[in-house]
Design a protein around this ligand. Structure first.
Ligand SMILES: [Zn+2]
Length: 404
């Protein structure tokens, strides 16, 4: 079969949501989209009148899921774990992700980026999972005073030579780095990363407004979980948050789980920066694995129903147990974010951050990375590069074995 057609009730197209629409998929790409009766084809046509087709979710900040986490002791275990988390998250609509490390020893981070690279560069990728686009280094070059759930002993001064070693060992698959720009030596790393094509995000930082502005001027373009692990907003000492929201060059992450950020604040950010909001999960390995005790890198974490906290400091939130489908649903249903803004924040905006121009939109020529959502924004199916990766109800059974 050369391809197939999805005929859906609604389609989240770049210009807005269309009713009664179709998508033609061939060779892993979208070749056409439109409304009304789908064009004739020699492949199957799947009728999904109750579903909304949206661009697959892209999670640029995720440490694990389904019992798997990125920080593991050997290269082979990292790779196996990253494949496991990619398969877990694809069932929640994520079609691409950055495997995100937490602060750890120099050797442990080299091991992690090598294990991630093995998955990114393997011809099979993670098999039926979300595509792994590379790694995101969250730390170790952060502010000790804003460690949050990062292991304090692993936090160290920014180093251009350590960055170079990590980029080399990753064979160029380090895509994003979170650092504190006010720490001595950070500006050199911001410049080196930006010129190496690594996106710089400020986070776990004590930067004031001036330091944040200087970081953006030096090349930082992203903020890691806005509001969390940084100075709060004060009307006379604004801190980094308003500077980021006012700067058109800068994308801002939010953990939309109702635990990390109040829904009212989510709605304010979505209104202030609707084209620069990036929904992330910050999910840890325990996500989807139930309550209990788990690890986040070197630290022990206690997981309750909807939150993860440090076992030794239960007042510190330690990553999340969020998934992208729930993040989108929470933003829309609990924070009142318009559906189209929430969907773009989960797809187009993270794709733009990474310069992935073939992702994040359902338009001709784009990768056929598609999430099918029901009325409640639950995931009814996930397609990665044209291949069915998640089909809980068997709606896409006629595409089984078809490479699209
Ligand atoms: Zn994180």
């Amino acid at each position: 079969m050369s391809g197939y057609v999805l005929h859906v009730g609604r389609l989240a197209a770049p210009g807005g949501v269309l009713d009664d629409a179709y998508l033609v998929v061939e060779q892993g790409r979208l070749v056409s989209t439109g409304t009304g009766a789908p064009p004739g084809t020699d492949g199957p046509v799947v009728d999904l009148p109750g579903l909304l087709a949206a661009p697959g979710f892209i999670d640029v900040h995720v440490h694990g899921g389904g019992g798997f986490e990125v920080n593991r002791p050997t290269v082979a275990e990292v790779s196996r774990s990253v494949v496991g988390m990619a398969r877990f998250h694809v069932a929640h609509g994520t079609t691409a992700l950055l495997a995100t490390t937490v602060s750890d020893s120099a050797e442990a981070l080299l091991t992690a980026v090598e294990g991630v690279a093995d998955v990114v560069l393997s011809p099979d990728g993670p098999g039926a999972g979300a595509q792994v686009l590379g790694s995101h280094l969250e730390g170790p070059w952060i502010a000790p005073s804003r460690a949050g759930a990062q292991y304090p002993a692993a936090i160290r001064p920014p180093s251009v030579s350590e960055l170079s070693s990590l980029v080399a060992r990753s064979r160029g698959t380090v895509r994003l780095v979170t650092l504190a720009p006010e720490v001595p030596g950070a500006t050199e790393v911001v410049r080196a990363a930006a010129s190496a094509g690594v996106v710089v995000s400020i986070g776990h930082t004590d930067a004031d407004a001036d330091a944040a502005r200087a970081a953006f001027d030096a090349g930082a373009r992203h903020v890691t979980h806005l509001f969390n692990a940084m100075p709060p907003v004060h009307h006379r000492r604004p801190g980094p948050v308003p500077v980021a929201l006012a700067d058109d060059r800068v994308f801002v992450e939010l953990i939309a789980d109702g635990v990390h950020v109040h829904p009212t604040v989510i709605s304010v950010v979505a209104a202030a920066a609707p084209d620069r909001l990036v929904l992330i999960t910050d999910a840890i390995g325990a996500t989807g694995a139930g309550p209990g005790r788990y690890r986040l890198g070197p630290l022990e974490v206690l997981v309750e129903r909807d939150r993860a906290v440090l076992a030794d400091h239960p007042e510190t939130v330690a990553g999340s147990v969020l998934t992208m489908d729930r993040a989108v649903a929470f933003a829309v249903n609990s924070a009142g974010v318009p559906l189209e803004v929430a969907l773009r924040a989960a797809s187009l905006h993270p794709a733009t951050v990474l310069g992935e121009t073939a992702k994040g939109r359902l338009a001709p020529g784009a990768d056929a990375d598609i999430v099918l959502l029901d009325e409640d924004l639950g995931v009814a199916g996930t397609i990665v590069a044209g291949r069915v990766a998640h089909d809980p109800g068997g709606l896409l059974a006629s595409l089984a074995g078809d490479r699209g």
